[in-house]
Write a protein that binds this ligand. Structure first.
Ligand code: NAD
Length: 491
């Protein structure tokens, strides 16, 4: 059996696989029901860990623990400076356990180890460090008034935060929620995705080891509907819900939150567009375009899965892009040479494979795209599919990209904006004024010009239209995870 190397406190279940529990009130515990579910490694297609399968009972216990820790415990009352020290210690431990955490995500969902070890773990640690510093160091406004009064703003912790995460960047996306929530003095119940549960429990163990008090960072495992997800979002003792996942799930969560008037932050699906003008630096454009859509086997909310190329450049772009896609190394995600691993689960593979059946009806020309043994899909390019084809409109969440020519700047802007989603776009051009003009016209949360994936944690991150509600990052996270209060002083 596969074991989690060096896992702090991990035990072994009856069938020899590592057991991964909930973490509630400072203890790693099984489900009250005693039920477990397997985490399947999508490369071997075999279970590699047994995970506590939570019910509404476990969800209720976790929220109650977080409530007690918030109402009675030291965390919200501690100085921001002390919280900062403890969160930095937690980040140190994340770095010390980098191999264990990286291997957990790679086993759980098939991400190449070079990405989980080289990108996701360091970014997770960095996210904790950034939000710890931000909460301790950000100034708040003081407003001297004409009347002689002074008004200032306090950012008090909001309370119990429920965080619900997807499987595509397990620990990293969880850290974008847990880090600001903790840094601003809240207590947290995290529900990781059922396909990627293990790294969340490891993180909660490490938070305790770092000295973050029991009950401050809880983890419960299980499914969404009729399971822990629904129990958490319907719990009236929760003060904030932060969610990343599909747009349809986001609507269900917003409905549940509205019943208790709980503020929600929703980071949802996308259909990233990527516009390449004729004057672009083509080497740079192809390099980023390849990474934008094939990183993590295309299982990225930001994936640049619709490429629009100015017509005179079309043939050269398609040839060079397809050659680069074809050269990517597909294989065992634990092998450091692998660039594309399997899709995350059998169910997701079935969904992505379905898009191959409709390529002929879309009138697109298919280049590449093999369905290997197991849950593999190799890079697939569909040139000039119909505008209303599913490939052009739906979030596939796999290594399938469309390439469409355009003739004018206005047409390119119209095409990008003609989508139910509005998460992000890329623009490749050497024309400075056009870069600004097009960026302003696109209805999306982020525009990358001549680059991609670069992120400043102070900047707003989130989506327009069906891609989300609210923004994460810097002061945007502060406003969501606190209860801002105006204090008016007569001088
Ligand atoms: P998903 O919506 O199926 O599941 C996400 C989480 O929600 C899981 O933990 C799941 O158990 C839980 N859940 C499902 N139904 C629920 C319910 N009714 N109540 C409470 N919880 C429920 O999404 P996924 O398949 O895990 O992730 C892929 C999706 O996430 C894609 O659409 C992708 O674009 C999106 N995503 C968005 C961003 C972003 O920043 N905008 C980042 C990453 C992924």
């Amino acid at each position: 059996s596969i074991t989690v190397p060096g896992a702090a406190g991990s035990s072994v279940s009856d069938d020899g696989l590592p057991f991964v529990g909930h973490v509630i009130d400072g203890e790693e515990v099984p489900s009250r029901s005693g039920h477990v579910f397997p985490s399947i490694d999508p490369y071997t297609r075999e279970p590699w860990a047994q995970v506590a399968l939570g019910t509404a009972v476990d969800a209720g216990l976790a929220v109650a623990a977080a409530r007690r820790a918030f109402d009675e415990g030291p965390w919200p009352r501690m100085s921001a400076g002390r919280r900062r020290e403890l969160i930095h210690r937690f980040a140190d431990l994340i770095e010390e356990h980098a191999d264990e955490l990286a291997m957990a995500d790679t086993h759980d969902m098939g991400k190449p180890i070079t990405q989980s070890r080289g990108n996701d773990v360091p970014r997770t640690a960095l996210n904790f460090r950034f939000f710890a510093d931000h909460a301790a160091l950000t100034p708040a406004e003081v407003l001297p008034m004409d009347s002689g009064h002074h008004t200032y703003t306090r950012f008090d912790p909001a309370g119990v935060v429920v965080a619900i995460a997807p499987w595509n960047f397990p620990m990293m996306l969880e850290s974008w929620k847990v880090a600001p929530a903790l840094a601003w003095g809240n207590t947290v119940v995290l529900k990781p995705a059922e396909d990627s549960p293990v790294s969340a429990t490891i993180m909660a163990r490490l938070a305790l080891e770092a000295g973050i008090p029991p009950g401050v960072f809880n983890v419960v495992h299980g499914y969404g509907p009729d399971s822990v997800g629904e129990a958490l979002t319907g719990n009236p003792d929760v003060d904030r819900i932060t969610f990343t996942g599909e747009s349809t799930t986001g609507k269900a969560i917003a409905r549940a939150a509205s019943a208790n008037l709980v503020p929600v932050s929703l980071e949802l699906g996308g259909k990233g567009a990527n516009v390449v003008f004729e004057d672009a630096d083509l080497d740079n454009a192809i390099d980023w375009s390849i990474r934008a859509v094939f990183t993590n086997a295309g299982q990225v909310c930001l994936a640049g899965s619709r490429i629009y190329v100015e017509r005179p450049l079309l043939d050269e772009f398609v040839d060079r892009f397809a050659a680069a896609a074809n050269a990517m190394v597909v294989g065992d995600p634990k092998d450091p040479v692998t660039q594309i691993g399997p899709l995350s689960s059998g169910a997701h593979y079935t969904k992505v494979r379905g898009y191959f059946d409709s390529i002929p009806e879309s009138n697109g020309r298919q280049i590449g795209g093999e369905l290997g043994e197991g849950w593999f899909v190799t890079p697939t390019v569909v040139v000039e599919p119909d505008r209303d084809s599913p490939h052009q409109r739906e979030e596939i969440f796999g290594p399938i990209v469309t390439i469409t020519p355009f003739d004018t700047e206005d047409e390119a802007i119209r095409e990008v904006n003609d989508s139910p989603y509005g998460l992000n776009a890329m623009v490749f051009t050497e024309d400075l004024t056009r870069a600004h003009r097009v960026s302003a016209a696109l209805v999306v949360g982020t525009v990358w010009v001549n680059c991609f994936f670069v992120r400043d944690l102070r900047a707003p991150f989130g989506g327009a239209k069906a891609s989300g509600v609210g923004r994460e990052g810097g002061n945007f996270s502060r406003e969501f995870f606190t209860e801002p209060k105006a204090v008016v002083m007569q001088m």
